[in-house]
Design a protein around this ligand. Structure first.
Ligand SMILES: *Cc1c(COP(=O)(O)O)cnc(C)c1O
Length: 219
């Protein structure tokens, strides 16, 4: 599916939900995709992208940034503390703040650099043992902690369990955001972004529906 098809689907879902036109941003998830597919989406005018890995993003994006103005990059994969410095230098938004130690590291880097990427807190809405994210019960306290550290918290993010109805998880995340006064909601991927928009997503992360299947899956 091309960029214009995805944007048309986002716009239609936004309208169906009675939400303002343009209130949902498309984060085009370019991880693992061949450069020519990414370049085609850039050439079509899109500028907001998501990557899972700091290393992969560091190899891919500098040459594109030299040729295309206004590229925004979101980190949507787990961030190891020892890659935090490289991540804050490269990404405009870190969507995967998922633990206190990473929050203190990001706050220290922000003090040092005088600037910080915006952050989303990743919530493990399904409380899955293998999945990153703050547990639902710990989220309110973590939001307070992140704010106290002075980090620019703009949203919550989740990846629902594969075998469950995503709507339940999107609704849970929207509730948590509302009660904490957080405005951003990064939720919804290729298979469920329209459902996420119905539940208030402000950012949808779409990879394979836009670029085609990935040659291999990141684990
Ligand atoms: C890969 C990935 C996506 C995109 O997944 P698709 O199903 O290809 O749209 C979105 N969010 C995260 C966190 C991902 O890792």
């Amino acid at each position: 599916m091309g960029l214009s098809d995805i944007i048309a689907r986002i716009d239609a879902a936004t309208a169906r939900a009675g939400r303002a036109p343009g209130s949902v941003a498309l984060v085009a998830v370019s991880k693992v995709q061949p450069p020519e597919r990414v370049e085609a989406v850039l050439a079509a005018g899109h500028r907001l992208f998501g990557e899972n890995r700091v290393q992969e993003a560091a190899g891919r994006w500098p040459p594109f940034q030299a040729r295309f103005d206004g590229i925004g990059l979101h980190l949507i994969g787990p961030l190891q503390t020892n890659k935090a410095r490289q991540a804050v230098e490269m990404f405009d938004v870190i969507e995967t703040l998922d633990r206190p130690k990473l929050a203190t590291t990001l706050a220290r880097l922000a003090d040092e650099r005088g600037t910080s990427p915006e952050v989303f807190i990743q919530v493990n809405t399904g409380a899955e043992p293998q999945k990153a994210g703050i547990l639902p019960d710990d989220t309110d306290a973590f939001v307070a902690e992140v704010r106290k550290l002075g980090l620019p918290l703009v949203g919550l993010m989740c990846i629902p369990p594969v075998d469950e109805d995503p709507a339940t998880h999107f609704a849970m995340l929207a509730d948590m955001a509302a009660r904490n006064g957080v405005s951003g909601l990064s939720m919804g991927m290729s298979s469920d972004f329209e459902i996420a928009i119905a539940h208030g997503a402000t950012h949808v992360r779409v990879g394979s529906a836009l670029f085609g299947d990935r040659a291999y899956e990141l684990v």
